[in-house]
Design a binder for this molecule. Structure first.
Ligand code: SF4
Length: 320
């Protein structure tokens, strides 16, 4: 099935919606998916939000997760009784690839007694070797919580160096980057000059950016927030008729434009696209729905890793 024109998109969306109902499947889509995939999803959200939805609001045995691998792994870890499937298991996250479990253990040996915190954008194997996981919205609370628990004046944190810098800037906590370098190629490429240019064109617009952006970009923003945090920021301010400049992945910007049609929403740059997220397509979802029992799409986390990673995820919930 080649899908190219608007009419073909709509026809394939209809086919997918019928198949989804007939085969009793829930589709979860991250905000960075294309709008055409977001439109056929039962739920759209950020990675942790979607995992919680999978746990609390889905009755189907099969869940299709349109996102990247660490997200589907997290959904699988938090939902051991369900089959979590990906349209394309090659969709990994380059940020997560900066850090593996062995490196975490090497740093823990080098810094005994210092807690290791990892961003949710990491593999299940990495999460299993750390003391606690955090998201971009709860990073400050989680890091403060684990620091108190360990009574340590330092915290190991990775793999995103910009999020680490943001927490350091906000709290003054002595953070050791784990590993030395790690970033999201989509957010790290955003420059202060990109933001300044759009702001000149739209001087009344409020600027909101993701904490995975560099400090020079964050310093130009009126608001810094996680994906959900940015969404809520726009929602709270829509009544003032505001215009917004958004510094994050294009799929999210398009979603906000669709949900708030009476406001003017500008991307910092239309080229900020996560190619890995875009590996999921309507065509692949259609094919998956026709091959639900094929285990090549199933995301499996071995029990020994899932059990340890679940402890780090549950500790995050305790501190956030
Ligand atoms: S946007 Fe960045 S963090 Fe998110 S999946 Fe893509 S590379 Fe990973």
């Amino acid at each position: 099935m080649m899908i190219q024109t608007n009419q073909e998109i709509q026809e394939s969306q209809k086919l997918i919606l019928n198949l989804k109902k007939e085969k009793d499947v829930t589709i979860l889509a991250h905000y960075y998916q294309t709008l055409e995939i977001q439109e056929i999803a039962d739920y759209v959200g950020d990675s942790l939000g979607l995992s919680k939805i999978a746990r609390d609001h889905t009755n189907t045995k099969n869940i299709i997760f349109a996102g990247v691998l660490f997200m589907a792994e997290t959904a699988s870890i938090l939902n051991p009784g369900k089959r979590v499937l990906m349209p394309d298991k090659q969709a990994g996250c380059p940020l997560a690839s900066f850090l593996d479990g062995n490196t975490v253990n090497t740093y823990k040996e080098k810094y005994p007694g210092v807690p290791a915190v990892v961003y949710i954008n990491s593999t299940a194997e990495t999460k299993a070797e750390t003391d606690v996981v955090c998201t971009s919205s709860n990073a400050i609370k989680v890091i403060q919580g684990i620091q108190n628990e360990f009574k340590s004046n330092k915290v190991l944190f990775g793999p995103d160096e910009n999020l680490a810098d943001y927490v350091k800037q906000k709290t003054g906590i002595n953070i050791i980057n784990l590993p030395d370098e790690g970033f999201c190629y989509v957010h790290n490429v955003i420059k202060d000059l990109d933001v300044i240019k759009v702001k000149k064109e739209h001087p009344n617009a409020l600027i909101t950016v993701h904490p995975e952006c560099k400090r020079e970009v964050r310093e130009l923003a009126d608001h810094i927030g996680s994906t959900k945090g940015m969404y809520d920021y726009v929602k709270i301010n829509t009544s003032k008729g505001n215009e917004f400049i958004i510094g994050t992945e294009l799929g999210f910007v398009q979603r906000v434009q669709k949900d708030f049609p009476n406001n003017k929403i500008y991307p910092v740059n239309e080229n900020f696209i996560c190619r890995n997220m875009k590996l999921s397509t309507l065509e692949k979802i259609f094919n998956l729905l026709n091959n639900l029992n094929n285990d090549k799409h199933k995301v499996t986390v071995p029990d020994n890793i899932a059990n340890k990673a679940r402890i780090s995820l549950e500790k995050m919930l305790k501190y956030s």
